[in-house]
Design a protein around this ligand. Structure first.
Ligand code: FE
Length: 300
């Protein structure tokens, strides 16, 4: 079976691209690259030409998720794999591949309609080292783990599981959370050492995108970012805390598009055996409309 190897890039539709440039560079420490294309700018985390693309289309939601396969052979094999799973796809034109700075791309959608792209051969600008938008203690954790992870809306969780399994991903239920009115079952999928690259199951949200997680290799960068978020009075959706599943120490705050960014440190490798949790390890208390069900209730 062919497997996608990483969540390589994400496109975002935004309404206020100037606010996003400030947020990305000065708060998130991403490198903001404006190549003069109308209504578009690129955000870097490493040598890749980009990891995130901002499109000024007013959507304030995810525009596409880009999953990588190893090369041209796997790109061809993936087409047969999708066809046998009954999943429609379209091979992108040369111009569409060039637009994404990849060698080849195909376009499809997951069962909730989230636009998905499968590609190989991203452009790496080795002559242009990553230059963070503001000072960092360390660097972003990318490499074979991809850019981070995201949580998206999937109103049919079983259909979503079948779709992402058809992309060669593994995973399943990792949290059962009592929200008061229902028990939420959150599913997490991995395709490399990162504990999860895509997940779903947080209720029935208005937006497709719940959050994007970016990981840093120095915990001081979580603390610095927390200071900058508080100083800028950006709403914090979940306070500092540690996840039970990926062990990430993180907090969540609101992007200019309304969905959240999780900024974290310390993710463990994906586990090879399933297990689940009913709360996080500590912290992650909700604030400013964040989800309340992750925070543990410690016995006294
Ligand atoms: Fe997360």
């Amino acid at each position: 079976m062919v497997q996608v190897t990483e969540l390589g890039y994400i496109g975002l539709g935004v309404s206020d691209i100037e606010a996003w440039k400030h947020f990305a560079g000065d708060i998130l420490a991403l490198e903001v690259v404006d190549e003069g294309e109308a209504g578009r700018c690129y955000l870097r985390m490493d040598y890749w030409h980009h990891r995130l693309v901002l499109h000024a289309d007013g959507a304030d939601d995810v525009a596409y998720l880009g999953f990588r396969v190893a090369g041209a052979v796997e790109f061809d094999d993936m087409q047969r794999q999708l066809a046998s799973a009954g999943i429609d796809y379209r091979i992108g034109s040369v111009a569409e591949a060039e637009e994404r700075r990849v060698l080849e791309v195909m376009k499809l959608a997951d069962p909730d309609g989230n636009p998905v792209e499968i590609f190989h051969g991203p452009l790496l600008r080795k002559n242009r080292p990553f230059h963070p938008g503001r000072g960092m203690h360390g660097k972003f954790v990318t490499g074979e783990r991809g850019l981070g992870h995201c949580i998206v809306r999937e109103r049919d969780s079983d259909a979503a599981l079948r779709f992402y399994q058809a992309l060669g991903m593994r995973g399943g239920i990792e949290y059962k959370l009592d929200s008061g009115s229902q028990v939420l079952q959150l599913r997490f999928m991995h395709c490399n050492k990162r504990e999860h690259s895509v997940a779903w199951g947080v209720g029935d949200p208005a937006k497709r995108l719940n959050h994007i997680m970016l990981e840093v290799d120095n915990p001081d960068d979580v603390g610095l970012t927390h200071d900058l978020v508080r100083a800028a009075r950006i709403p914090v959706a979940m306070q500092l805390g540690k996840h039970a599943n990926d062990h990430v120490y993180s907090f969540y705050f609101r992007s200019p598009s309304g969905f959240n960014i999780e900024y974290g440190y310390g993710g463990r490798d994906a586990t090879q055996q399933s297990e689940y949790y009913d709360a996080d390890t500590y912290g992650h208390e909700p604030e400013s409309g964040g989800e309340a069900h992750l925070a543990p209730r410690h016995p006294r």
